[in-house]
Write a protein of this length. Structure first.
Length: 277
């Protein structure tokens, strides 16, 4: 499998797709930094470097969906995958080498985004304020988030021989998951009460009254919503990127690990029986 991985890495170095994703993530990092800096100056917003360091998590799903589907799809269209089988490489080795290459490429483009954020963000916002423990937890959660996306998109791309179709499926899956995560977060973040309503009493005094929010969820239903939100890669991404309050980094990592194992095992098993022409 090492020869397959080396061959894929050589393809990465020469891949215009990879370098395009690399540049896109750098641009996203720069836009993120300067937009937050503009808010800090214009609206006197309280922004720390911690708030933007992991901004790549928000975009990595879309970038990874495009890269994984097209990178693997090219192997079908160029019959490279067929040639790998002819020379004697096992299907399991081919599948895992593709997954490892996708993960490596996605980590690389995310590091490009982090580098830009650090170069421009540290002079603007100062250094980190989070503890070393929180930092490593976020790094672990981010890496496992990347493996989740890559395991899902590798499965789709390896099982779907049509490059265009696999790209559409991967991109649409991210869109659907983002919409689902947004709807879940809107329900979870809904306040239990509306802000107090001021009214005049018979005595002439002003009093406030809290009104129950009918959209507020509690109990077992809330637990289910929070669990699904943490389970979805897009829900995890919003928490890692700082767009939503993070519940438990280790809980996110555990969910990511479980999903990665399930999709990888299922993908490798189905690919082993796939008829490749």
């Amino acid at each position: 499998m090492s020869k397959l991985i080396c061959a894929d890495f050589l393809r990465l170095r020469k891949s215009r797709l990879f370098w395009a994703c690399f540049i896109v993530m750098m641009v996203i990092g720069g836009v993120y930094v300067f937009s937050f800096y503009n808010d800090m100056i214009k609206y006197d917003a309280d922004v720390e470097f911690d708030d933007i360091l992991f901004c790549f998590a928000f975009a990595v799903g879309f970038v990874s969906s495009v890269f994984c589907s097209l990178f693997i799809g090219t192997e079908y269209s160029d019959r490279t995958l067929h040639n790998k089988l002819i020379v004697g490489h096992s299907r399991t080795a081919i599948y895992f080498s593709a997954l490892i290459s996708n993960i490596t490429a996605t980590v690389a483009v995310c590091l490009a985004c982090v580098a830009v954020v650090c170069i421009f963000g540290i002079p603007m916002f100062g250094g980190l304020h989070m503890s070393a423990l929180n930092m490593w937890q976020l790094i672990l959660s981010s890496f496992l988030l990347i493996t989740v996306y890559c395991s899902v998109f590798t499965l789709v791309a390896m099982l779907c021989s049509n490059r265009a179709l696999s790209s559409v499926i991967c991109i649409l899956s991210v869109v659907v998951m983002f919409i689902a995560a947004l709807q879940l977060y809107n329900r979870i973040s809904a306040p239990e009460y509306y802000e107090g309503v001021i009214y005049s009493t018979d005595s002439g005094l002003m009093e406030s009254e809290r009104i129950d929010n009918p959209r507020y969820i509690s109990g077992a239903v809330r637990t289910v919503y929070e669990t699904v939100f943490d389970f979805l890669p897009t829900g995890q991404a919003s928490q890692i990127a700082g767009m939503a309050q993070m519940s438990n980094p280790m809980r996110l990592s555990l969910f990511s690990f479980i999903v990665t194992v399930i999709f990888t095992v299922c993908g490798a098993a189905v690919f082993y029986r796939k008829d490749i022409k």
